[in-house]
Design a protein around this ligand. Sequence first.
Ligand code: MSP
Length: 648
Amino acid sequence: MPEKKTFYITTPIYYVNDVPHIGHAYTTIMADVIKRYKKLMGYDVYFLTGTDEHGQKIEQSATSQGLTPQALADKMVRHFKALWKTLNIDYDYFIRTTDRYHEEGVKKIFKKVIEKGDIYPGDYVGHYCVSDESFVTDSAEDSGDGNKICPDCGKVTQKVTEKCYFFRLSAYQDKLLTFYQENPDFVLPKSRMNEVVSFVKMGLKDLSVTRSTVSWGIPMPGDKEQTIYVWFDALTNYITAIHYNDEDEMFQKYWPADVHVMAKDILKFHAVYWPAFLMAADLPIPKQELIHGWWLKDDRKMSKSVGNVLDPHVLLKHFNPDAIKYFLMREAPIGADGNFSHEGFITRVNMDLANDWGNLVSRTGGMTQKYFNQRFDSEAVYSPKEQTIKDQYLELENEVTELFDQYRFNRGLEKIFNYVGQLNKYIVESEPWILAKDPAKRDVLAGVLKTLIRAILSANTLLSPVIPDTAEKIKKIFNYDASGLGWKDPGEIFHINQIEQLFPRVEPKDFFADEGADVDKKKKKEKKPEKEAEEEPLPEGMITFDDFKKVEMVVAKVLDAEKVEKADKLLKLTVDTAADTRTLVAGIALYYQPEELKGKKIIIVKNLKPVKLRGILSQGMILAASGPDDRPYIPILPEETPVGAILK
Ligand code: MSP
């Protein structure tokens, strides 16, 4: 068998000054999705994550909490590992920069660069941003008190005057520019590559790579007074984790890395300093760096000091990890910033995962159970429609793999969900509930349901890198065990297991009632005056917006309509609300023929208490204008109105 192609992927190693937030989770989830996708494509993948534990920032944080830096790191590592476990992150190795072998590896590469003659002693006089662990140039804005404002994070810098060692970064300016020219896809997206090139073209100054005033770091080989600069230490993790110390088979197998994933804040360190350090150590340079945007909250960059960080556990209380993964991958295109709003999150998850995907699976499984008692007992007959569903899938698979290869997950997911929409439409158009009434059409019904199961299993594999837990559940429901892409043709094994609800719908009002206090303290405060105003007595006949919101009105499609026996005025309608299929009984039979309404999109009140009319349970009410003599006029919505859309 030919050897599998290897793929080595990394996340940044995160600082241990605080617990992880949704921004850290985003990068790690993205790397996890890429790992799972590459595995699906047949690669031997190695996925590294970990923690960055040295430096002044951690030292200061530990002191302020009355802990040693090591104790703080040990505590925070538990938080990171626990979150990755909850989110089902399939990393292969978790590196900590306080691990012995890492320290040895850092010393090894540092010595190599000294031997090359690219590290020399000197004095550093300038400004340092502790938050970014970064030296700030004199051209940065003054803070007014003799310090500078860090151009990256906006915090006030510290003045530093100390003996240190410099790395001859200036000597690598031309080599770097040549490297970028020869590897124009080194940084993705292109706009970030251009930024890097402009930055290097502006001129590179030598970089201080040791500190004499920071004790929490790796001692410099040859000078005990100095510790190695935390970024030199941290970047080296990508090689020490895969045995740079011995340069054994593992190192040969996986280095250079295929992709380092990160946000734009640490681009300069990875795309300028890291390749220069590697060039100096005569080591190959990673193949690619994938730079994603920031997650913002209320239009501001999430940060602990602004107080707008989002704790993933708030979402995990109500939603499963796949919902979070799906939202993060679906919402922000690579490179662009994404604004996190809880409303946006809930709507996206309810619409795509609960309504479209979850319902497609449960309806298909449910109908197979109901009409075939878990096992198909007749031959299947297929029409050209079924062939179209298969062809559309094969085209989709080509498009999606092309997009996923370019890490354009949001576009790929959008396409998959367009296909899911087609499948839901196919159910409505095929009318299995009508076919089920006619024993002569049993083979046609079998054809429809088998096509749906095949399409679901096929799309399920495409979705599996992003929502892996759900993908496993779906395979269990349909008793299907194979993996790999392609149109799934599982022959006659359609035995349906217990159908569990994949994505329970979470109503925004329930989420906010439960989480309101911690999700958005600011909003709560702003709401107060409004509440007081509401407490004034309402003018006669008026209702508040909250009263109005209690009525849940949605767009429903009439799947079937028939007269109710011995009741001249009543029609029984079967409607699709996207969330379910339900029965309504309406007093409209004198004015509407069943045929007139079939396939039409109407408005129904969804949360009206069900009542029994002539022995039939009516689960909601049709909305109609009432003319003279109570003649009803039903508003019929345009064909393109989405089923399940809320009226508000
Ligand atoms: N320790 C360094 C990285 C060293 S890598 C050799 C560091 N750590 S960090 O904890 O600050 O993590 C920064 C990274 O976390 C970002 O590059 C990004 O991957 C992720 N994110 C942190 N906040 C984020 C957002 N608000 N949005 C998106 N990603 C975010 O820098």
